[in-house]
Every structure is written in C-alpha cells, then in structure tokens.
Ligand binder design. Sequence first.
Ligand code: PLP
Length: 463
Amino acid sequence: MQWNEFSDWGAKISQWAADYHTNLRDRPVRAQTAPGDVAALIAPSAPEGPHPMTEIMEDFERVVMPGITHWQHPRFFAYFPANAAPPSMLAEMLVSTIAAQCMLWQTSPAATEMETVMLDWLRQAIGLPAQFSGVIQDSASSATLAAVLTMRERALNWQGNQAGLSGAVRLRIYCSAEVHTSVDRAIWVSGVGQDNLVRIPIAGKLRGMDPVALKAAIQADIAAGYRPAGIIACTGGTGTGACDDLTEVVRIAKEFDLYSHIDAAWAGAGMICPEFRKLWQGVEGADSIVFNPHKWLGAQFDCSAHFLANPSSLVKTLAIQPEYLKTHGHDGLINYSEWSVPLGRRFRALKLWFLLRSYGLEALRVRLRNHVAWAEDLAAKLVENPRFEIVTAPILSLFTFRIAGLDDAAQIAFVNRVNDDGQIYITQTKVDGKIAIRFQIGQFDVTEEDILFAYDVMCELAG
Ligand SMILES: *Cc1c(COP(=O)(O)O)cnc(C)c1O
C-alpha cells in the first residue's frame, strides 16, 4: 500500500468509526451469530496475490461486523465496561502509527516519561499518597501475577527465581471467595499452587473477608510450619462488587509481615470521586494496588494502572539485564520492562494524556456519579416490582437480582432471552451458591433513558 492510499483509507475508516458509534443503538448488543458462522466466511488460507482494499473493507462489514459484540453500545450492562472514549481512540491511532516498542527508556524516552507522569496524575486523582509510584501493565491479571511473584520472592528471601520451589517451605496466600479468577491463575503460574491459596470466609454487607478468620488462618498456618507470604484483597469484586475492609487487612498484613495486594480493577476508577473512597479506606497502607483505566474510566483496552508503595521489591523480582538490554551511561533511568512479566511494551500512556486532558477529571466524575445514582434508582424500581428481588444491593454501579420465586435454570433462561432479544446485554453470577443476574452501569455513552429502556425490556421478558 502506498501512503497516499493509506491516507484515503484512514479518512474513510475514521468516518466509519464516527458513524458506527453514532448509530450503535440500532445494533443488537451481543453478537447474534452461531458458533462457526464467522469462520465459515473466511478463506481457509492466505491469498497468493493482493486483494484491493475496497474488497477487504466490504468483507470486513460482511464477515466481521455481524460477529461483534458491541462493548461500546450504550445498552451494554454485562460484565464490566471496556470503555474507549473518543480522545483515547485517537491517541491509540497515533500510537499504532508510531508503533514504538517501549521496553526501555532509550527505546522511546517520551513513552517512559509520559507513563511516569500519567501514573502520578492517576495516583493523585484517586487519592493515593505521594509515596506510590506506578507502571502500566497490560491487564489486571498481569499486575496480580507480578504481585504474587513478589510475594513469593520476598517470602523466600529472594531465592525462588534461582532455586525454584521444589523443596522450599510451603507458602500461603490469603483472599476471599469474591476475588477474580486472575488470582487463581497467578497462584498457578507462580508455582505457589492452588492448595496454598487460602479462602477466608466473608461477612457483612460488603461481602469482605472476616478479619478474625483471616488472622486465625495465618496463625494456624504458621503453627503448621507453612510460611504466609501475602494477602490479596479486593475493592469491587467481579461477582457482586465485594469490598474487603482494607484497614483491617493491611493491619493484619503488617502484623505478620505479609505483602498486600489490592485488586480494584473495576472499582478503582470510582475513586476519582472522593465520596466513594470510603469503600477502600485503609488502602494507603497496601504494598500494591491495581485498577484498570480500561474499564470504567474510558481509556481504551489495554491499560492497567499498577501502583506500588515501594517498587524495588517488584523490580528485584522481575528485572533481568542481559547485555543487550543494558542502557550504558544512564544509570537510574526507569526501564518499565523491569516492572512487568512481558519485555515488549506498547506506548499506553498517551491515551491517558489525551483522555484526562480532553475531559478533565470533573466531567469524568459526573459520568461515574450518574452511573452510580442510576444503578441505585434501577435497583429501587426492581425492589418495588414483585416480579423481581434484589440479591445484593448496589456497590457503586453494580447490583444483582433475580426473578422472584424461580430456580437457577429459569434465571439463566431469562438472561438468554434478554441477550437473544439483543436490545440490552446482561450476564449472571453466583451468589452464595445460587444464580443471580448482574446489572452494572458504566458504558461511557449510557443515558438515563437507556436505563429506563432496560427496565422495560426486562419487565417484558420476565414473562
Ligand atoms: C476485570 C477484572 C480483572 C481482570 O482484569 P484484566 O485486566 O482483564 O486482567 C481482575 N479483577 C477484577 C476485580 C476485575 O473486575
């Protein structure tokens, strides 16, 4: 492709993007295709000769678009949002144009320095004290893995990477049953092993770990000859938005010299509003915190902000410096690839700069506050309607409900009916062993009318 052709297509595609977003309400939210439908439309092997761009774009509309679930649809109430605000999308266009690989300071100083400053903007925006420094990870899963590896190395006196785990003392890590499955995977991958992930029972309205049970479990493990290594707490768990009591968790972590990691992947964005910070009171005592600007805040995937009270234990765990990665004569520079498992890194900080400048924090706060208020309003409407029952009250903008009096199979059938209908999109979870339907409000363009519309759709399809 020649550059003049590229600029024609670039203009066409950005027009396509604006049209797509403007007309999203006309499309079904969840893809309505059957398994195999899309693959059947794709040629089984690569062509030997070139295809014209016109044909490729036509095929994109014909083959790809029907098989897309529209995460930017204003009536997307499933999972958690994956917002991509327009300025963030534009920044990503520039990033993919420059296509720099930003593993070291010298492989693009602007990317490293922008990342340092943007993480400090975010730190201030969510009210963390100045001692925290940050890095952008590709996902919260990676940040949690990095934290678990740090817990492991710290508890093994920094010998685990070298000596391996066979024959080592048995490590123990603690969390509640409300944490995301990325915690389980980090435990597997780190070699700590699922049997050493200790699930602490939950108590109270916010479904947090019971601190008394947490302390008792740690003491029992020490008595049994195990070595407690860390605690993983959540602010805004995936199923119901569960929040651990971080003041207590951090106090216990310090009492037993354990490393603490807080997974606030979704809820962390809410902390730009000071009134929501009570949900993670005590967070300033944690060692490591992750939140995803790529969920609720509007920075296009991927962008996970990982904050560290003291990055040196993370760097000690992950830094590796073969000769070809040394940046001679520039000691003291940050090479962010030493803060994460992958070596290669995209320039992910630019979209934060575009996003935060283009809106300003106050406009983002207004959006999030609206989502929380509308979730409370919708939950209140469902309480009043005898066909529904609330299972867990809203935590920020997430709550769960059921169709009153029906069994699990009927709840799932309802979710499928709603999603096959396509006008809105919701998903389910399990609460205390029973199916509950999740409803979260967080899509960037959602309006109060969309919420009223969703209520009508659910009433109609509840039967
Ligand atoms: C979404 C989510 C994750 C996983 O986030 P990724 O960035 O996709 O890895 C982890 N924890 C919680 C609480 C989440 O909501």
